[in-house]
Design a protein around this ligand. Structure first.
Ligand SMILES: [Zn+2]
Length: 442
């Protein structure tokens, strides 16, 4: 039984090839999604028309009106200033557009506009690999290299909103020309276009690689998947170029850690999705071997979890901050009530066997529950969809114990577990404003 949310947020990821949007519940579940192609050489008005179409489609799919939308988060591939005006988007024509103002006027709701990778990192913080971490550096090597930095739970935006352009840190003053106009940027060494350039140049000089078998002699577009294939086949040229790329990225991370002393590095984007197994251990090793910070705990190195959804969820996370969450969480999660019989009702339906409510509001029966044991497997099941708090409600004369493995699992996932008598558990669950789950054993 799904508990229908009455209120939603909308997150939109405006990209060079497509506009991707999601209708998202306040607890972070994507209730509907829709994609539209971005027309080639579209002007700002045409791009806004596509955004409007995506929004209409999302509303239509779930049969909801704009009145049910609590806020709109929009991500663009470029620099956005602190007022929500797009300063520059190199690959699409939105530079100079007062996007936040235009959308607020049109939709009459809270709007947040931000850089796509920055918002992607926020998405990973909310619901992905960075859950509950307060200090995060996100690096997303794809065609270019995007970044995002979270310090003490907040975005680093800088004086005018342009901070965290991690792809354009200089890693070699004598290095290759970058698309941004500078030389030796991280992106100009580890971005996909830079790797393509290096492979092409080496082939021109006579190096051999299986990539030419995969895409032809011209080496026009080398996708990340092909790099992964070449690494797997131990292709010497690709292995050499990718090793240098991973080592450059690793030393950039050591430097970033010296500046930010971060808790977690999150890596995403096409190259990491395809070649993460090759790149991430090298970064982890470099951070662990850093002689300067050897007496400190090395930051965690994690792969992003949310894929294409990270940006829309991050856009929602940004607009959700400061929204009236009390009203929202009561609209989303079912109200629990104790009946005079001692049984519990969920939205007026009486339940009389072991059940749980997941963090996405879904009502479920546990697959394997042998009282009094709360095993690792059971906890894994109860905490799907990532609650912040897990309530365990015990009926009278019932006894439950967590296994040591279950306790370790909760600690690792930073989920607070509360084992309570049923009345206290219902009260605590109804009052809790975070993502929450509850298990009843009556
Ligand atoms: Zn650059």
């Amino acid at each position: 039984m799904a508990i229908k949310s009455e209120k939603y947020f909308i997150g939109i990821d405006v990209g060079g090839t497509k506009v991707y949007g999601g209708l998202v519940t306040p607890a972070g579940t994507i209730a509907a999604q829709h994609k539209e192609p971005t027309p080639l050489h579209a002007n700002p008005k045409q791009i806004l028309d596509v955004v409007e179409k995506v929004i209409q489609e999302l509303l239509r799919t779930r049969n909801v009106s704009l009145k049910s939308i609590l806020g709109l988060g929009v991500a663009v591939p470029g620099i956005v200033d602190n007022t929500g005006r797009v300063v520059i988007t190199p690959n699409i024509d939105l530079s100079g557009t007062d996007l936040k103002k235009i959308l607020e006027k049109k939709y009459k709701m809270r709007v947040v506009v931000g850089n796509d990778v920055n918002l992607g990192v926020l998405g990973e913080k909310w619901l992905g690999s960075g859950r509950k971490a307060q200090n995060i550096i996100g690096i997303f090597p794809g065609t270019g290299v995007g970044g995002g930095i979270i310090v003490k739970g907040d975005f680093l935006t800088g004086h005018q909103g342009a901070a965290a352009e991690l792809g354009h840190m200089c890693v070699n003053p004598k290095g290759p020309q970058c698309t941004c106009g500078n030389v030796g940027c991280l992106e100009a060494v580890v971005g996909r276009w830079a790797i393509e350039r290096d492979i092409r140049e080496a082939v021109k000089k006579g190096s051999r690689t299986i990539i030419t078998d995969l895409v032809g002699e011209k080496l026009q577009q080398i996708k990340s998947g092909m790099l992964a294939k070449a690494l797997k086949a131990k292709d010497p040229l690709v292995t050499r170029i990718m090793t240098r790329s991973a080592e450059t990225l690793a030393s950039a991370c050591v430097t970033l850690n010296h500046v930010f002393n971060t808790e977690v590095f999150i890596f995403g984007g096409g190259i990491i999705e395809a070649c993460g197994d090759f790149i991430l251990p090298r970064i982890e090793r470099a951070l662990k071997k850093d002689p300067f910070f050897k007496n400190l705990q090395a930051p965690k190195v994690l792969a992003a979890k949310l894929g294409d959804d990270a940006v829309i969820l991050g856009a929602v996370a940004a607009v959700r901050q400061g929204a009236d969450l009390k009203a929202i969480s009561s609209a989303y999660y079912p109200k629990l009530k104790i009946m005079p019989s001692g049984k519990v009702s969920v939205n007026a339906t009486l339940i009389d066997k072991p059940f749980y409510l997941r963090a996405d509001g879904k009502l479920k029966e546990p697959e394997e529950f042998v009282p009094p044991h709360i095993t690792h497997d059971l906890v894994d099941e109860l905490t799907k969809k990532g609650p912040d708090t897990l309530f365990i409600a015990m009926g009278k004369k019932k006894r439950l114990v967590f296994s040591p493995k279950a306790t370790r699992y909760l600690k690792k996932k930073k989920i607070t577990a509360c084992l309570l008598p049923v009345i206290a558990a219902v009260k605590a669950y109804n009052a809790c404003e975070e993502r929450k789950a509850v298990f009843f054993y009556l």
